[in-house]
Design a protein around this ligand. Structure first.
Ligand SMILES: Cc1cc2nc3c(=O)[nH]c(=O)nc-3n(C[C@H](O)[C@H](O)[C@H](O)COP(=O)(O)O)c2cc1C
Ligand code: SF4
Ligand code: FES
Length: 620
């Protein structure tokens, strides 16, 4: 079998070294080197090579980071090593925004022009970038290498925007996040190396520390995120000890008593998933933490992972223990280099100290965690798409059923939860499930993280008990910036809904949001004053969904394009026919896309626009 892509230039030594850094030397991994002698004569491969297919994305990252793009020669070599058909590997490499399949400049600067940054001057930053580095997508010279810049969807730094992310080939660090960013800082950051590091990152502002009891954010700024000792001194790993004392069934009971609902967007009962996996006779079981956080306006999971990484490692271990899994994965978006580095450090330290491994804490169970990096795809946050991505495939959602608890990662029972959900489990074990259930309201228990951004005096991450009103949340953040009138609030991110000032006294709970046709989603509270151009914001939302649709199903693939076209015409002030006709068309597109798409992306891609129409924010 000839796996070659037809590359005229074989992989270079450097590309082979990058590939070997993930897969090991070519003669190991699939047969311990015994078949090296025949490698040159027959096609290589076999079951063992195919079983390592899940390493495709890590190895693509290694090449991208070392060389700056995935050349045909490198892709051929990867295909040979993993026995992946070249067309399929190319399909994967070309799916993700952080991989480039054509020769690229040594450095690429991604400049966020998404919702919160747009409100805070992203267009001015893009203009400055053009003056300093040339037009978007063109190459400028810097320190003997090429640099270009391009617009990007949300980089998860919305409280500090405008944000930027630098991706560099053959450099250490290979990725650097900046917020707020300006062309001078970007210029300086391009010169930063491991030997010449930048200033340490800022600890995020948690403005409500004195106002309320923090539960999920309690350790932030109080523990050293790089030190297991510091985490333990603050009570770290006591909850795992408690979990072991309770036994897996005891942990499941606490989570059930707590009535915990998932914080990743769908608000599904966590205990139901965990019980289904734990009870499934098929083995092995897997647990996965969804740390892909790509919903525009969301940055809560980043703060938790950057500032309290051991807590997530402990929580995933408890999840594995309760679900009967020996292997867990944390899938973190590629745009979070600092959070990823801290998590990897935490996993390594936990392993070295016996908190992960064959006999966790001497308690007689085995569990380990693999940190996997995403590569720039919003859809990878959808749970089945994420599972495909860990398996080394395009992040395309699967049809459900079967649900991951029945057939998930590698076809095995899998529980998957959001970072904030898992940190809530630590709190449940700390105070007990029934006590947790008394916090908040009867149907929305516990506390919730809110990502405040946009036209608010003090943007940042806030934690409150469910039931606080939108007005109270905005006032605690200093109110609308400059005391201007509030025009609207986008709740839940691009997949969420706009609400007007009339909703200010609505309690922020799952049930109250349902009643007003809104959603808490991933906790986004994007505040918009009377100066914001809502039509151009809506246009950005429609561009986002057009770009991020995976294209598998027609209603979503076509509907997101048509929706963006209508918004583009409205933004230009050049509707087809009357504004009323355009609104009717939007409504038609919205119904079909929502009702006929197979996953949540298509089903929610029209929600924000429809809510804006209802509120009269456009077309009037
Ligand atoms: C398009 C799309 C993107 C998503 N992105 C995320 C994400 O970034 N993080 C997340 O936790 N859940 C995300 N979800 C929800 C997941 O599919 C899933 O419901 C969640 O990870 C389950 O965890 P939870 O029960 O703890 O909320 C997304 C869903 C869709 C449809
Ligand atoms: S709804 Fe959209 S994102 Fe989801 S599977 Fe279909 S095309 Fe892909
Ligand atoms: S970082 Fe720009 S909108 Fe989130």
């Amino acid at each position: 079998m000839d796996l070659r892509l037809g590359a005229t230039v074989p992989a270079t030594e450097e590309e082979r070294a990058a590939i070997a850094s993930v897969l090991g030397p070519p003669d190991t991994g699939w047969d311990g080197g015994q078949r090296t002698a025949i490698d040159g004569h027959v096609a290589i491969g076999g079951h063992a090579a195919r079983a390592r297919r899940h390493l495709l994305i890590p190895v693509l990252h290694a090449v991208q980071e070392r060389i700056g793009w995935i050349s045909p020669g490198a892709l051929d070599h990867i295909c040979e090593r993993l026995t992946v058909p070249p067309a399929e590997a190319y399909g994967v490499a070309s799916f993700y925004a952080m991989f480039r399949t054509t020769a690229s400049p040594g450095a690429v600067v991604h400049v966020c022009d998404d919702l919160a940054c747009q409100v805070r001057g992203a267009e001015q930053l893009c203009e400055q970038m053009t003056r300093r580095f040339g037009a978007e997508g063109t190459e400028a010279a810097f320190n003997g290498t090429g640099v270009s810049w391009q617009r990007s969807p949300c980089l998860g730094q919305c409280d500090r925007g405008s944000a930027a992310l630098i991706q560099r080939a053959g450099a250490d660090p290979a990725r650097t996040g900046l917020a707020p960013a300006d062309p001078d800082q970007i210029w300086q950051a391009l010169a930063v190396t491991a030997a010449n590091p930048a200033a340490p990152p800022l600890v995020p502002q948690l403005e409500n520390r004195s106002l309320r009891t923090l539960r999920l954010l309690r350790r932030i700024g109080q523990v050293d995120p790089l030190s297991l000792g510091s985490y333990r001194a603050a009570g770290g790993y006591e909850m795992l000890r408690r979990a072991v004392a309770l036994g897996p069934q005891g942990v499941l009971r606490e989570v059930k008593d707590a009535k915990l609902l998932g914080r990743g967007g769908a608000a599904f009962p966590t205990a139901v998933k965990w019980e289904a996996v734990a009870a499934n006779p098929v083995r092995p079981h897997y647990v996965v933490c969804n740390a892909d956080e790509s919903e525009p306006g969301t940055f809560k999971d980043r703060v938790l992972m950057e500032e309290d990484p051991y807590a997530l490692v402990e929580a995933v271990t408890i999840m594995g223990y309760a679900c009967g899994a020996e292997q867990g994965y944390i899938y973190i978006r590629g745009e979070y280099p600092l959070a990823e580095a801290r998590l990897r450090n935490a996993v390594g330290q936990a392993r070295a100290r016996g908190f992960l491994g064959e006999d966790v804490m001497g308690a007689g169970f085995s569990f380990d965690i693999d940190v996997r990096r995403g590569a720039g795809a919003y859809i990878a946050g959808e749970e089945t798409a994420l599972i495909n991505s860990i398996e080394g495939k395009r992040a395309e959602p699967r049809n459900k059923p079967p649900f991951p608890a029945q057939s998930g990662l590698f076809g095995k029972p899998t529980a998957i939860n959001n970072v904030e959900t898992l940190l809530s489990v630590l709190e449940i074990l700390r105070i007990g499930g029934p006590a947790f259930a008394t916090i908040g309201t009867a149907s929305s228990t516990g506390t919730r993280l809110f990502c405040l951004s946009g036209c608010v005096e003090r943007p940042g991450l806030y934690e409150y008990e469910f039931g606080i009103t939108l007005r109270e949340v905005i006032e605690a953040a200093g109110g609308v910036a400059g005391g201007r009138p509030l025009r609207a609030v986008l709740l839940g991110g691009a997949a969420g809904s706009f609400v007007g000032p009339g909703a200010l006294d609505t309690p922020l709970t799952f049930e109250a949001m349902r009643e007003i046709g809104a959603t808490l989603g991933s906790g986004v509270v994007l505040v918009l004053d009377d100066t914001v151009d809502i039509t151009s914001l809506l246009r950005r939302i429609t561009q986002f969904f057009r770009d991020e649709s995976c294209g598998q199903c027609v209603p979503c693939r076509v509907g997101t394009v048509r929706q963006e076209e209508v918004l583009a015409r409205m933004a230009r002030g050049a509707p087809f026919g009357s504004a009323a006709q355009e609104l009717a068309l939007l409504d038609d597109i919205g119904s079909v896309t929502r009702d006929a798409s197979i996953c949540g992306l298509g089903q929610t891609a029209v929600t924000a626009v429809q809510s804006a129409v209802r509120l009269g924010l456009i077309g009037s």
